[in-house]
Design a protein around this ligand. Structure first.
Ligand code: AKG
Length: 261
């Protein structure tokens, strides 16, 4: 589903978009092998223990580049052409990589409660429409390195359209979580990408499959803002392209160079 107007319609309508076959099976296998080679501790069963390679201390990160230090294969996901085509109209011509981390979940790992949503208004995580354009705060690009979804085992869940809701999430929905009305837990194939606005009510359904779920989450902010107090730094071990380096510019708006020149 590459057609620009179809993508725009669905993202505006739902608050998320699924891009199929962004990575080949070979690329997925290579990334998984590289992660295997990091000697990470076995994932624990809590949300906190189900994160790895974070770039930010708030989320357990030890390096300001997070998993980008693990090789150019990871850095090349920063500005994958298929995703950049989408991010251009979601975030504009200049935006920044705000933070990133991986999620790995083994059978029995707890879920992450629904969060985000349009109400109450959260300044770094917004969705607006004006004059033919969408404007977004923190925006997530999640690369799936394994199959996920309700039939498969759990993982990413959301309430489509909730980025435009006028009322707060009812407390009962929080209790029912992945079983709540209006919540979906879409089937996502390894190699696919989900792009979603953090203004969408979303979370993680508990993991109930024998294979370990793996996803790499890149969170981008509009040019002028930062979600947290720590700015990401480019990896020391990989020489980035000029465009990739631009993603690490500090938050500012005026005279920002386009990522698309
Ligand atoms: O499981 C997912 O893909 C969503 C994760 C999420 O919402 C988060 O880490 O804040």
């Amino acid at each position: 589903m590459n057609n620009d107007s179809v993508q725009k319609y669905l993202f505006d309508l739902n608050g998320y978009l699924i891009l199929e076959d962004v990575l080949t099976a070979g690329e997925v296998a290579r990334l998984n092998r590289l992660i295997d080679g990091q000697g990470l501790p076995e994932p624990g069963l809590t949300t906190k223990e189900a994160r790895f390679g974070s770039s930010t201390p708030e989320l357990g990160g030890k390096s300001a580049a997070g998993f980008l230090e693990w090789g150019e294969e990871f850095c090349n996901l920063l500005d994958h052409d298929r995703v950049m085509d989408t991010l251009r109209w979601v975030l504009g011509d200049g935006f920044r990589v705000d933070h990133l981390y991986g999620i790995h979940m083994r059978n029995g790992t707890e879920g992450l409660r629904l969060h985000g949503g349009a109400v109450p208004y959260d300044q770094p995580e917004f969705f607006h429409y004006s004059n033919g354009e969408v404007f977004n705060g923190l925006t997530v690009v999640s690369f799936n390195l394994t199959d996920t979804g309700r039939e498969t085992g759990g993982g990413f869940m959301c309430i489509p359209g909730s980025h435009k809701s006028n009322f707060p999430l009812p407390g009962e929905f929080m209790v029912l979580s992945e079983n709540g009305p209006a919540v979906i837990n879409p089937e996502l194939k390894a190699g696919s990408v989900v792009v979603f606005t953090e203004a969408l009510t979303h979370g993680t359904a508990p993991w109930r499959a024998d294979h370990v779920r793996r996803s790499l989450l890149f969170k981008f902010s509009p040019a002028q803002q930062s979600w947290g107090p720590h700015y990401m730094e480019p990896p020391k071990s990989v020489e980035l392209t000029e465009r990739q380096k631009l993603l690490f510019e500090k938050p500012y708006f005026a005279q920002r160079k386009s990522l698309f020149d």
